[in-house]
Design a protein around this ligand. Structure first.
Ligand code: FPP
Length: 215
């Protein structure tokens, strides 16, 4: 049989990392242990995508709906993000990864906002894979922010409504200059997109699996 050439990797993979809590509960551990394991799994995913030649990896770390979780869990998650990003920053930088964040930054506590800014600035010139971390992100809110900016311009007389086309609206969304995901993966057994990248998923292949996010 003729050997077949390996198919090229997707350019942009987006992941909804679901199942941390159940992973911990099944082990008789607190949900927090599941989130710690989730960070380890995210680290593995970043390396795997980079090694496979993926250009952009977007991880849904904290959705706009996640604010509704119990305060103790929200506080734990936000502190975990600060701790994990501080711990990973130099390694990601050495590996040439460019880190970006999408979502409602103003909603984040100052300590997390500071790490977000530092991480973006420190890795901005890196040539390797782009790692996008969605924090306080919602697809509808992303669209609303863009629409408000454009509506403001129309109200100010700076442009006409019929100048809004797909390219212009897309350019005002959080992922703006990056290609749409080719592949969305959701772990944890739910078959829905949960307000993630609504505009960008129009032509994306969706892959849902029952495995929990931590292995
Ligand atoms: C889903 O599990 C996961 C989250 C709500 C967010 C936290 C994600 C991580 C800690 C992973 C890595 C993060 C970074 C820094 C990129 P769940 O709590 O919804 O699980 P359940 O559905 O089993 O309750």
């Amino acid at each position: 049989m003729m050997p077949t050439a390996p198919s090229p990797p997707p350019q942009h993979v987006a992941i909804i990392m679901d199942g941390n809590g159940r992973w911990a509960t099944r082990r008789g551990q607190p949900r927090a242990a599941g989130h710690e394991a989730g960070v380890r799994a995210a680290r593995t995913a970043v390396r795997a995508c980079r090694d496979a030649g993926v250009r952009v990896l977007t991880l849904y770390a904290f959705s706009s709906e996640n604010w509704l979780r119990p305060t103790a869990e929200v506080d734990f998650l936000l502190a975990l993000f600060v701790r994990s990003m501080e711990a990973e920053l130099e390694t990601l930088h050495a590996e040439g990864v460019r880190v970006r964040f999408i979502g409602d930054r103003a909603a984040l506590p100052p300590s997390l906002r500071a790490v977000v800014q530092r991480t973006e600035q420190h890795t901005a010139g890196n040539p390797g894979m782009v790692l996008v971390i969605a924090l306080a992100y919602g697809g509808r809110q992303d669209l609303l922010r863009a629409v408000r900016v454009l509506a403001g311009r129309i109200a100010a007389g700076a442009m006409a409504a019929d100048q809004i086309d797909e390219a212009l609206l897309g350019a005002h969304l959080d992922l703006a200059d990056l290609p749409d995901p080719d592949l969305l993966i959701r772990t944890g057994g739910e078959y829905r997109v949960s307000n993630f990248l609504l505009w960008h998923l129009a032509y994306t292949e969706l892959y849902f699996c029952d495995l929990l996010w931590p292995p």
